[in-house]
Each structure stands twice: as C-alpha cells, then as structure tokens.
Design a protein around this ligand. Structure first.
Ligand SMILES: [Zn+2]
Length: 399
C-alpha cells in the first residue's frame, strides 16, 4: 500500500486512494474530504486519519456518509508537490474530455486525475445529496488558517458558518482547480488551508476543523453547546479577522523568471508602499501602494508568486446577494457587446470595448466570473447557474 510520510510527526501512514469511509445507519449528508491534492501537503491525510480513528474507537454513530480521499497519491509517496504538472490546475474541460483517450500522452498527474474522476463518478452513483466537498491544503509560507471558495451564494452561505477569513473568487485566477470543477456541478465545495506544510499545528488545526464540520452538517450529532465549543476551537486557531476578502492581483511567474520571494513575509500581512517583496531576473519587485499580501510563495514549485487581497465591504456582499436573487443579470444581454456563447446560455461573450465601461466588479456583483478569451473578448460565466441550492434547504445551517 502507498506510504505517506509526515515530517511534522516523523511518522508514516499507509493509505489507499479512498482511505476512510464511514456510513451511518441513519440517513444524512455525504461529506467528502480530500487531503494531499498537492503531494507535499500530507497534513490533511494525517488529520483525517486521526479523526477517523477517534470516531471508530469511541464508537460514535454518524448520519449519512463520510469519505476521506487521498489526492496525488503517487506524489504523496515521494513528498513532492506534483510530478510533471500541478494536479490542482488541470481540471479543465479540454483535459477532462481527453481522460481515458489512449492516444493522448498523459502525465502521471493526469493519471491521478483520471482515478479521482472515476472515484467521484462512482460516489455520485452510490451516495445521496446533500454533498459537501472539502479540500484540505497547507501553504509554503507561514499562515493562520483560512478558507478559499468559488463565489456562489450557496458556498458563501455555508462557509459563513466558519469563524475564519474567507477568500472569494480565487477561481478567476486559478484555473483548473479540482474544487472549481466540482463547484460547477453545483455543490458546496471549498478549500481549507490549515497552516504551513510541515508544522504539527497544521494537522492539529485541521482536526479541529474537521470535527467542527462534521458537527455543523450533522454527520456527527452534538448539542448546541458542544457545537459552539467546536466552533470556538476553530475561531481560536486564527487571529486574522473572520471576514470575506477578494483577490485583485496575482503575480504570475514564468519558467525563466528566477522568482524569489524575499524572506519573512506571512500570509495576510499588510505591507506599506515601496516595500521590496521579491526579486526576479528583471530586478526587485516593490509595492507601489500599501497592500495586503496573500499566499507568498516559499517553495520552488508553483507559478503564482503572491497575491494582493482586500476586504469586501459588507454592503457589497449584501448587494450582490440581492442582485443575484432578483436575477439582475438577465438585463445584461440587452446591452450592446454582450451575447450568449451558445444555445444553452452557459456563458456570455463580452466585447472588451464594452467591458471597459462595465468593469469586472459589476460582473462580480451579478455573480459572473470573467476570463480572458482573446484580444477583443472576455468570457463571463455565471457562478449561480448550476447551483443545487434546493438540495440544502432542509439542512440545519441553512435556516
Ligand atoms: Zn495545496
């Protein structure tokens, strides 16, 4: 059986792709946790294994089903982030269409994707909604725990139960993330980042996060007081404000850039103007304004150097919820320069001359994410279109 090593614990675990499954006698939701989509991030695997052991040894009755899935299994064995390509950047329609095609030369990571896809399809056949997909990660730099989520109203509503900072709309910057694929299917799905790769705290915080999640969605039955205690543990794991943030800048790294983040930056750090952040082949990269830093890169593999984020004012969160609820986007196609790309109305093609006047924030408010298409056009796609919100309305947290 594949072995996964934790530097933090100095111990090894034997895991299969599906390394944990509990099924309750009573019906309930289906929760699927992933650990180690990046092979150098074993914390999630060790945390899930610990929670499974506790549930089994204490003979705790569960409702519904709980699955624990290993991500890039062969990269985990080697403690590398990935082999040839990042498994969490290849869940794109064109790549998914290629899966199983014997003529296409697939990377080792794409083979992992194929196995994960087969497992997901199997799960959809044998289990029942409501579904929760949660992907546990760690970061190369120091960080307090936080949540990353695709910006749908359903996701927003669910993750607002966590007393943690939440980054909305990362899917506009990171294409091909596994959870974005699942999110397009309309289910609750989000990523949880627990801390630095090899810190024991990242495992301990993940355990508290998983236990709170299981109680929150009713897989494990607890009373109100115990739920509040579990929530407090998650709240105490993080000093950063428990608010929503948006990304507005991503520093992309090319293969020849020789990018190096300068030492000492931590996630969420507020940085003054003119502060040197990193060096590359061209020189020093400095801030031109005061910024808030997100996910500074402190490892060799990875093509995003750092991001800038800002808090989203509560008013905008409220306004966008309201605009999406009344389907304000239906007027978009009345405007010149905007048209549906297909009969199914799956996305809109936007003339960039028009887009210049209708800035990205307007599309965001209406629930659309924008993607570069060509020099003249953007493609914008609704995050709400496929939402399976109806499957969640009887859940306790929903009311
Ligand atoms: Zn990761």
């Amino acid at each position: 059986m594949p072995e996964v090593y934790s530097k933090a614990l100095g111990s090894t675990l034997e895991v299969n792709r599906l390394f944990g499954h509990l099924k309750g006698k009573e019906p309930g939701p289906t929760v699927i946790f992933f650990g180690g989509i990046h092979g150098n991030e074993p914390a999630g695997i060790f945390a899930l294994d610990e929670v499974l052991q506790q549930l089994r040894s204490k003979n705790i009755a569960i409702k519904g089903e709980f699955f624990a899935v290993a991500g890039n299994l062969s990269a985990l064995q080697k403690s590398v982030r990935f082999h040839q390509e990042d498994l969490n950047r290849i869940w794109k329609p064109e790549r998914i269409a290629q899966l199983g095609d014997k003529n296409s030369l697939e990377s080792d990571d794409a083979k992992e994707m194929q196995q994960l896809m087969e497992l997901l399809n199997q799960l959809f056949k044998t289990t029942r909604p409501p579904y929760y997909f949660i992907d546990i990660h760690t970061t190369s730099g120091e960080t307090d725990p936080f949540i990353v989520v695709n910006d749908s109203l359903l996701n927003r509503k669910f993750v607002s139960n966590y007393p943690l900072p939440t980054i909305l709309g990362i899917e506009e910057y990171l294409t091909g993330a596994m959870l974005s694929y699942i999110n397009e299917l309309g289910y609750v799905s989000f990523g949880y980042e627990s801390g630095q790769h090899d810190h024991t705290m990242a495992i301990e915080k993940s355990i508290d996060f998983i236990n709170y999640t299981l109680a929150l969605i009713g897989v494990v039955s607890v009373d109100e007081t115990s739920l509040a205690l579990l929530k407090d543990k998650v709240a105490n794991s993080c000093k950063e404000p428990h608010t929503f943030y948006e990304i507005y800048y991503q520093h992309k790294i090319g293969p020849q850039d020789h990018f190096n983040m300068l030492p000492g930056f931590v996630n969420f750090q507020k940085v003054p103007k003119d502060k040197p952040l990193a060096i590359n082949g061209q020189g020093v990269i400095k801030t031109t304004k005061p910024r808030q830093l997100f996910m500074p890169l402190y490892q060799k593999k990875g093509s995003e150097g750092f991001y800038f984020i800002r808090e989203i004012p509560r008013f905008f969160l409220w306004l966008s919820k309201w605009l999406r609820k009344i389907h304000a986007d239906h007027v978009l196609t009345l405007l010149p320069g905007l048209k549906w790309i297909d009969k199914e109305k799956s996305a809109l093609m936007v003339d960039r001359k028009v887009a210049r006047f209708m800035a990205k924030p307007v599309f965001h408010l209406l629930g659309y994410r924008a993607r570069f298409f060509d020099k003249e056009h953007l493609i914008i796609r609704s995050r709400e279109r496929n939402s399976k919100e109806k499957e969640y309305i009887d859940e306790k947290w929903y009311s």
